[in-house]
Design a protein around this ligand. Structure first.
Ligand SMILES: NC(=O)c1ccc[n+]([C@@H]2O[C@H](COP(=O)([O-])OP(=O)(O)OC[C@H]3O[C@@H](n4cnc5c(N)ncnc54)[C@H](OP(=O)(O)O)[C@@H]3O)[C@@H](O)[C@H]2O)c1
Length: 333
């Protein structure tokens, strides 16, 4: 069993495990929760050296941070803990979400996360979505105060535009950008975000690197997903789009078979191969998937493999957007 290597998050940032663990699905978005298996998965992750954990206050909401808060008792120092703020829900209308980057909101959100995570510090605090009504300088200024107070160690942004990232970086060093990036979501290559991260020395954390599970080849029928599964609300998992996307997944399965690895490992190896400043956070609530995903670090893709994957998954190859129109409107601001 290979030990999980580490990578540096950003030019002057912390060293973290080369694969992080996305914890969202343990409490949110992808079907029923299984607390015992989730805790066992977290335990296994730490044993295997996967110590970079990713959550957010909106996952649940709150339940995912609470799960981690319990798990981390007595082992807080073993992990690099990332969480996020910014999505605001209305208890009277739980389906509706707005975004807030107001300084007073930042100051209150962090207190909630610290309490639920049962810790005195967050290692990496991301703004989950940029608030178009608040200058990024004001939001990051408030986040920087949290660093000065010792409540937060490093700052991040999720799904910002390249321009917003530059403005944020002028206020306080940004350690990581977290945006969706995978074989079927190549947006950061085309919108300047990856290049800007590299130029500014900012780490890049791809979320949904397994295409929300699709690239593992395990989802061949949307009927297998529970009715409230988040994926069913997204165009890529609907109707003709889904049928067309299955052809892409099949090609990935074929290439994985020819390499002697699993499709999940192929998808993660591809993301890891895109740059040393990249640290993907595949999500799972099961030990068996975790073990599978960790095997990605042993897969070496040749120039020929990368060219074949590039040809199959050329930007725009996936049918359908990755979010609804309302979700897409929150991206890249
Ligand atoms: N910043 C943002 O806006 C944002 C948005 C989305 C996610 N995230 C973060 O990124 C993390 C990862 O993204 P994600 O969870 O959306 O998507 P993902 O990592 O692309 O895929 C997760 C899905 O794949 C399944 N899976 C994982 N490994 C597998 C394997 N080896 N074989 C078969 N299926 C496998 C999981 O199943 P099980 O659930 O059954 O284990 C889950 O349904 C999240 O947990 C969250 O922390 C951030």
């Amino acid at each position: 069993m290979t030990t999980l290597p580490t990578r540096r998050l950003g030019r002057n940032g912390p060293t973290v495990s080369a694969l992080g663990l996305g914890c969202m699905g343990m409490s949110f978005a992808y079907g029923a929760a299984d607390q015992d298996e989730s805790l066992a998965t977290l335990e296994r992750a730490l044993e295997r050296g996967m110590t970079f954990l990713d959550t957010a206050d909106i996952y649940g909401p709150h339940a995912n941070e609470e799960l981690l808060g319990g798990f981390l008792q007595g082992r807080r120092d073993q992990v690099f803990l990332a969480t996020k703020f910014g999505f605001v829900t209305d208890p009277a209308n739980p389906g509706a979400r707005t975004v807030s980057g107001r300084p007073e909101y930042v100051r209150s959100a962090v207190e909630g996360s610290l309490k639920r995570l049962r810790t005195d510090r967050i290692d990496l605090y991301y703004q989950h979505r940029v608030d178009p009504n608040v200058p990024i300088e004001d939001t990051v200024g408030a986040m920087a105060e949290l660093v000065a107070q010792g409540k937060v160690r490093y700052l991040g942004l999720s799904e910002p535009s390249a321009q917003t990232l530059e403005r944020a970086q002028a206020v306080h060093p940004i350690t990581a950008v977290q945006s969706e990036y995978s074989l079927w979501t190549r947006d950061p290559e085309n919108n300047g975000v990856l290049a800007t991260c590299e130029r500014l020395g900012v780490g890049f954390v791809p979320y949904s690197p397994l295409g929300r599970g699709f690239l593992t080849g395990a989802i061949t029928d949307t009927g297998s997903l529970s009715r409230d599964d988040f994926r069913l609300s997204t165009p890529r998992f609907q109707g003709d789009n889904f049928a067309r996307n299955l052809e892409l997944a099949q090609q990935a399965k074929d290439l994985a078979a020819s390499k002697g690895c699993t499709p999940a490992q192929l998808a993660l190896a591809w993301v890891l191969a895109q740059g040393e400043h990249i640290v993907p956070i595949p999500g799972t609530k099961r030990r068996k998937y975790l073990d599978d995903n960790l095997g990605a670090v042993e897969v070496t893709l040749t120039a020929d493999d990368l060219a074949r994957l590039d040809a199959v998954f050329a930007p725009g190859a996936a049918a359908g957007e990755r979010y609804t129109e309302a979700g897409m409107a929150m991206i890249g601001r």
